[in-house]
Design a protein around this ligand. Sequence first.
Ligand SMILES: *Cc1c(COP(=O)(O)O)cnc(C)c1O
Length: 371
Amino acid sequence: MVDLQTQYKFIKTNVDAGIEQVLNSAQFINGPAVKSFQKNLESYLGVKNVIPCANGTDALQIAMMGLGLKPGDEVITADFTYASTVEVIALLGLTPVLVDVDPITFNINPESIEKAITKKTKAIVPVHLFGQVAQMEKIMQIAKKHGIFIIEDNAQALGANFTYSNGNKVKAGCIGDIGTTSFFPSKNLGCFGDGGAIFTNDDELAHLIRGIANHGMYERYYHDVVGVNSRLDSIQAVVLDEKLKHLDLYNKRRRESALKYSEYFENNQKIITPIILGDGDSHVFHQYTLKIIDSDRNALGAHLSKNNIPFGVYYPVPLHLQKAYQDKKYLEVDFSVTNKLINQVISLPMHSELDNEQIDFISSKVLEFVN
Ligand SMILES: *Cc1c(COP(=O)(O)O)cnc(C)c1O
């Protein structure tokens, strides 16, 4: 699905030199590399504060702790996403409220959000799924009307732009009160292990969050709030700082590969290709996900496997049907989209090193089956 070896070859000289510097300095935690990456990511995103942390799941948890959410508070998020989002809601004793998504973009449906709002709703977590920014203008309006916080889960869309109806562009993750991301190796900006970050333009909130990520300490050995231990280490920061220079190129290559794939599938009635809403830069194609209609998605997967082509099914089970997150309050009629998507979606290999030959081969094998 990804080709991290080839990607490494192109950045090896700088990355290796940077890592060696960390080894020689022995500043493994909070070294200058972490500060440098933090500053560079702040200027890339145009956000006032980046707080690096240990992974994208921690980033979500720390964000919710920073907003002071309390047990019993309801947090609305998408039914069709990775489990991290709902997991941290549940871990903190908050009440997850899962809602249906849009069948075209796979992103959380603003109308479903409105319907799910109660007096207890304290936050909404839109996930910019597969690399495309959710309908943030509508979601921000809803949040404003009801006085609700927004935490953007931007683990899959780092570098994507959101364009407001007045033409203003803002980077995904920097629109709501807080944004979070993951630097897991296969993400659009990935390190050589685990990593994550939190973004906010609110300086006070940033200060609070920085302390929460560091055992609730604002002064050494004085613990003002309950915190966690969640750090990005210096070696990961070196890798990220180098890769950040190429992030726009990586995302451009992903987008070009996506368009190339879509050209092949355009005229096939049984294959629905991903749609980019608004400007092309709203989608950074963390995944290239097709919907297979009137054909057998699982058999297509088997056909690809037989031809040594990797594929992914993101996600095979909607969160409201996962054993850990089932709840009597959910009605199946409210999840008509996710219940369908789980049987239709298939993601093809997508990364910045895909070449035309690979895309030709993969597309021909898909079309050989779905015709
Ligand atoms: C990867 C991912 C996360 C979690 O990131 P980790 O760094 O693996 O903890 C959270 N949300 C989404 C949407 C993701 O894709």
